[in-house]
Design a protein around this ligand. Structure first.
Ligand code: 13P
Ligand code: SF4
Length: 313
């Protein structure tokens, strides 16, 4: 099948099976083009909670599909490739968080949405990079807080809210590799460009960024700005939607950093997100698998902090 035929077949199966395709901005352009909805983690969670469709195909990573299932337990949630994990979610195991909580009685746990359902089940409120400040601002000023697993996001939220949350030392293997030197090199080349960075980037990178936020924050800024050039420090997949919605503007991805070995690593692409292909979307709709299931005991607890987030944001 050609790509065009494959896309047409996928859309046909969506009609037949009452399915919708949800895609994150980091997935390949071909998937974003056939999706019913493309968004950041927060918007995807909201969509999953409100859809009437019987089936959701979550083109993103595993925790996103799990969040869809937690919010819509009666729906079928398909995940084109179960190996699409997340290095950030991997950096916080439920048993380690449980131990940390036990060592810190009286603390509330704020977890980034990039976590497993088992971690969410140990959490008081979930946040995304799109709403973390708003949610934290609404918690009592004297609350003792643990924030995890993304250290850089937690550190930034501490800075802008004046909180002193205890931070988990986790990180994203894509965002942690952006360097200030690469950004400054690009800024010399494009002096009028606005530097935008995702909140998962390290503090020095955020310090040189004029726009800091979630994928949707950066996209909205670019769409509304009078500026014509943007240097983008996040996963390069977002450039598809930026370019599609702002055809007269120029988006410059921050390139991979040279590793110690001198070899370039493709660190501005998330290998997990890129596991989603049109063929896998086609196959999962055809076979109605793999489906996401969450242990009911874990699901009962894990959905509470997600709903709390949706109420507070
Ligand atoms: P957003 O919520 O900004 O889409 O981020 C999700 C993510 O995985 C970033 O690496
Ligand atoms: Fe996880 Fe990083 Fe990939 Fe986002 S970019 S899904 S945080 S590994």
């Amino acid at each position: 099948m050609t790509t065009k035929e494959l896309k047409a077949e996928i859309r046909k199966m969506c009609e037949e099976k009452d399915a919708i395709i949800l895609a994150h901005y980091y997935t390949i352009g071909d998937i974003q083009d056939i999706a019913d909805f493309v968004g950041d983690s927060l918007a995807l969670a909201r969509k999953a909670a409100e859809t009437d469709a019987k089936v959701m195909v979550m083109c993103g990573v595993h925790f996103m599909a799990e969040t869809c299932k937690l919010l819509s337990p009666d729906k079928i949630v398909l995940c084109p490739d179960l190996a699409a994990g997340c290095s950030l979610a991997d950096s916080c195991k439920a048993e380690d968080l449980k131990k940390f909580k036990d060592e810190h009685p009286g603390y509330q746990v704020i977890s980034y949405v990039n976590t497993t359902a088992a971690v969410k089940a140990l959490t008081d409120v979930v946040v995304t990079s799109g709403n973390a400040k708003k949610v934290v601002d609404q918690l009592p000023k004297d609350a003792k807080l643990i924030f995890g697993p993304d250290y850089n996001l937690g550190n930034y939220i501490n800075e802008v809210t004046g909180r002193k949350m205890l931070l988990w030392n986790g990180g994203c293997h894509v965002h942690e590799r952006f360097s200030v030197s690469k950004i400054l090199e690009l800024k010399k080349q494009y002096p009028d460009a606005v530097v935008m960075a995702h909140l998962e980037c390290k503090a020095p990178v955020l310090a040189v960024a004029e726009v800091k936020g979630s994928t949707a924050t950066m996209l909205n800024y670019a769409q509304q700005s009078d500026k014509k050039q943007f240097i983008v420090a996040t996963e390069a997949g977002i450039l598809h939607e930026m370019q599609r919605t702002c055809p007269d503007k120029e988006f410059i991805p921050v390139p991979p950093e040279i590793s110690e070995s001198g070899l370039e690593c493709s660190c501005n692409e998330c290998n997990y997100m890129k596991l989603n292909t049109l063929e896998k979307v086609y196959n999962c709709l055809k076979t109605m698998s793999p489906q996401i299931e969450v242990d009911p005991e874990i699901a009962k607890e894990a959905v509470k902090p997600i709903n709390r987030m949706l109420e507070l944001s």
